[in-house]
Ligand binder design. Structure first.
Ligand SMILES: Cc1cc2nc3c(=O)[nH]c(=O)nc-3n(C[C@H](O)[C@H](O)[C@H](O)COP(=O)(O)O)c2cc1C
Length: 335
């Protein structure tokens, strides 16, 4: 995919405004650190580092699955550190959809929200990961209904979030109808859980599990295609994640209709080095986004949403076969 370069941007790069308001919260740029971790001492440090960076830069952050701390209260502090270090940033709690059919309900979700005084909760959908793990929980029957039940009761937005295999239009519509207020597509093309399981199996010397990870390595809906499918199917904010690596990726995702972008693997790589490195990485991406916006003549995020693009190759083929228009990608009638 390419954005259309404007030889005459007719705007002042210094006046490009990256800020945006989503879920009623003002972000200084349309970027959040995606869910990564929690539950261990090392995770506390990583959550603290990311939180400090996003607070400083006015961005948002998702914590990793809080299941461990729901099971063992002594681990709560490994997540709670995020709110301590980021008193005003948009924070997203996290629990697995499959846990909802395994007994989790409002009590556990409220606990997860309170643990980090979260602004929203992501219910992660990780069927690929569960099926690639020998110990995976693969009974997903009833997950959608449970999501609907909790979305109705909770007073914070529920975000349905994939974990690297993407969300199709059909599921997006069902999730919106069930009451979720945001969708994080987390498409294929970035972190691959099948690949993670491949390496885990290799270390254990489990050959058949290794083959399984290898076969499903690239499984999923590529992020760009998933963003278009979901943005053209629902009216709630869409977070583009899965392989977002620089400011041009962020710009492209927004031109396709996403409201925010999420980055996990690049943030993790920086966070293990410290707050300074994390801030620098995020600032670099913000600067790249500013450049891209300047080059397409978009002085604001709203204008970037309207920027035309050309989609070619596999994504174009995918969208044609799935019946999505390849001319106008920007979502119309956005909230
Ligand atoms: C080390 C690591 C741990 C993750 N843990 C979670 C998790 O607990 N919950 C979740 O919803 N997603 C989790 N994810 C998935 C990410 O939030 C994201 O959807 C996915 O990695 C794609 O983004 P990326 O290509 O920028 O890494 C994790 C990703 C990584 C790299």
């Amino acid at each position: 995919m390419n954005l259309i370069h404007r030889a005459l941007p007719e705007i002042d790069k210094q006046k490009v405004d990256l800020s945006t308001t989503v879920f009623g919260h003002k972000f200084s740029a349309p970027m959040i650190a995606g869910a990564i971790t929690g539950g261990t001492q090392e995770a506390t440090k990583i959550n603290a580092t990311i939180a400090e960076a996003v607070e400083k830069l006015g961005l948002g952050m998702g914590v990793g699955s809080q299941r461990a701390a729901i099971e063992d209260r002594t681990l709560e502090k490994t997540f709670a550190i995020a709110r301590k270090k980021a008193p005003t940033a948009f924070l997203i709690a996290n629990l697995g959809g499959v846990q909802l059919v395994n007994g989790y309900g409002l009590k556990e979700l409220r606990k997860a929200l309170e643990m980090i005084e979260a602004d929203a909760i992501a219910i992660h959908l990780n069927a690929l990961q569960e099926t690639a793990q020998p110990e995976g929980q693969t009974n997903f029957k009833g997950v959608l209904e449970k999501i609907g039940e909790i979305a109705e009761e909770l007073d914070k937005p529920v975000i349905a979030k994939e974990t690297g295999a993407g969300i199709a239009s059909e599921e997006a519509k069902k999730l919106q109808a069930a009451g979720v207020e945001g969708i994080d597509v987390s498409g294929a093309g970035g972190t691959s859980w099948a690949a993670v399981e491949y390496y885990r199996a290799k270390r254990r010397g489990n050959k058949s599990q290794c083959i399984l990870g290898d076969v499903f390595w690239d499984w999923g809906i590529p992020t760009a295609a998933s963003v278009v499918e979901v943005c053209q199917s629902v009216k709630i904010p869409v977070i583009a994640s899965g392989g977002i690596r620089d400011g041009v990726d962020v710009a492209k995702a927004l031109a396709l209709g996403a409201s925010l972008t999420g980055l996990s693997q690049p943030i993790l790589q920086a966070a293990v080095k410290g707050v300074g490195e994390t801030c620098s990485s995020l600032e670099l991406i913000m600067n790249e986004l500013r450049n891209a916006m300047f080059l397409v003549g978009a002085s604001s995020i709203q204008k970037l949403h309207e920027a035309p693009s050309v989609i070619s190759g596999k994504t174009s083929e995918w969208l044609k076969l799935r019946g999505f228009t390849v001319e106008a990608y920007a979502r119309r009638g956005r909230d």
